[in-house]
Write a protein of this length. Structure first.
Length: 433
């Protein structure tokens, strides 16, 4: 039986959802106009006033916000409430330029934790469950978000944070953890380690995993499910909008339900910035309609996916977003062809490899090169050169048919590619160095 955290909202009719959105959106735009001079200027530049925004249908009139805006006014320029009403900050890892620092009032933390609680219930979680949170705690939103959601559901929460893999496994076994929350790449690593310790799916008490924070393929999902003997659920979110729980998967696992009473999604063409119809693939844009401290309006996520309003078998009515294919900024352009790391991952796993790989891009004699380095599994490891060459050829053919361009394949020995405890770094683009 499907289990909901807030059924009256999660299963509300489209009319009810619309009514909530219209009310919250119009109020939010007024608040932002009055309290955030930076965004007000953007609205003025576009000739829009709060009176122009009467319902969700008017959303497209509002200006966009992007990471560049956040950097420009770092740290306080988008605050929607006085600092005295803020109780928390969280931050992104900020690999390029300034970190994003997001602010939360008590209300904001509460709605964020509700979203995470919905995700945990959708994965079958109840107060009978033991939920191990192996996302990083601290500035990263993964640990604190799922921790809060787990408390709300009433699970016995194990806040291991990431890392110290053998201790993670000890807690899973000793405390009989039933739900694991971490990045999919770390789940894969935990699975690998348990296998090495001689533990099969039947020896592992886990029944569900809530994995997100990075793009991962369907193939990787099946691998993790098989190794750990669980059902693996996807969860999506970003610091700017709270953190994990902006959307989450249900038992149907056909897209992630966006918590539409808090976030309105749109898909735009990243070039023309035009809003695209249902089903079309483009850049995901979110408007947070009741967040107080950090009220993002039409925030461009750079994530690429599509939306569907079709009825879902789980009973939830909120719109679903497809698994993000990747980000506009991790799409590689190789000899003019668009390549996403997730496409490469699909080919590798379909050919029997685990998701231990690295993609090295370079430019040699003015030509882009793509080198896919992938670990052989212990079972396929051999020093028979004929066998290795045959495997390489096979994989090159698979990549060529998926990507439409030639890639070099390097098969490396098991355990030579670094494992990740958080978000995996899959691409090394030497053209940018
Ligand atoms: O990664 C929040 C989070 C924590 C989500 C734990 C899920 C679980 P940031 O560090 O700000 O926040 O990174 C946000 O990560 O724009 C996407 O590009 C990517 N991302 C997050 N979840 C998914 C997912 C957290 N399920 C950025 N699938 C987003 C694909 C994801 N990409």
């Amino acid at each position: 039986m499907e289990h909901y955290y807030q059924p009256e909202i999660e299963c509300a009719s489209r009319e009810e959802i619309r009514a909530i959105q219209n009310e919250r959106l119009t109020a939010q735009v007024k608040r932002v106009w009055e309290n955030v001079p930076y965004y007000r200027k953007k609205m003025e530049a576009k000739g829009v006033t709060p009176e122009d925004i009467r319902s969700v249908d008017d959303l497209h009139k509002l200006p966009f916000l992007s990471k560049a805006d956040l950097r420009e006014v770092y740290p306080y320029g988008l605050l929607g409430k006085p600092l005295s009403e803020c109780v928390r900050i969280q931050s992104t890892s900020g690999t390029t330029g300034k970190r994003v620092v997001a602010f939360y009032t008590r209300h904001d933390i509460d709605l964020w934790e509700d979203c995470c609680a919905r995700a945990i219930c959708a994965a079958g979680g109840t107060n009978e469950d033991v939920c191990q949170v192996s996302y990083g705690y601290g500035l990263f939103t993964g640990g604190p978000g799922l921790n809060g959601g787990s408390h709300k559901v009433g699970c016995l929460t194990i806040p291991t944070s990431s890392g110290n893999t053998d201790r993670q496994i000890m807690f899973i076994l000793d405390l009989q953890a039933t739900i694991l929350c971490c990045t999919p790449s770390y789940a894969a690593y935990l699975g690998e380690r348990m296998k090495e310790m001689g533990l099969g799916p039947d020896d592992i008490p886990l029944k569900a995993g809530i994995f997100g924070a990075e793009a991962w393929s369907e193939e990787m999902r099946h691998d993790i499910e098989k190794t750990l003997g669980i059902k693996a659920y996807d969860i999506y979110g970003l610091t700017e909008l709270s953190g994990p729980g902006v959307s989450f998967e249900c038992s149907a696992q056909e897209g992630m339900h966006v918590n539409e009473d808090h976030f309105i999604p749109e898909i735009i063409d990243p070039e023309t910035e035009e809003v695209l119809p249902e089903g079309a693939e483009g850049e995901l844009v979110f408007t947070a309609i009741d967040k107080e401290a950090f009220p993002m309006l039409r925030y461009r996520t750079r994530d690429i996916c599509s939306l569907t309003y079709e009825k879902c078998s789980c009973g939830r009515t909120h719109v679903r977003m497809r698994k993000p294919k990747g980000r506009t900024d991790d799409m590689l352009i190789i000899r003019g062809v668009n390549v996403f790391p997730s496409q490469i991952e699909t080919v590798l796993i379909n050919h029997g490899y685990a998701a231990n790989y690295q993609i090295v891009v370079d430019r040699v004699n003015n030509t882009d090169t793509l080198d896919v380095q992938v670990e052989m599994t212990p079972e396929m490891f051999t020093d028979n050169m004929g066998e290795i060459t045959a495997r390489q050829k096979d994989l090159m053919a698979g990549l060529q048919s998926m990507l439409g361009i030639r890639a070099k394949v390097s098969l490396v020995a098991p355990k030579t590619i670094a494992r990740s405890e958080g978000k995996a770094i899959r691409v090394i683009d030497k053209r940018k160095i």
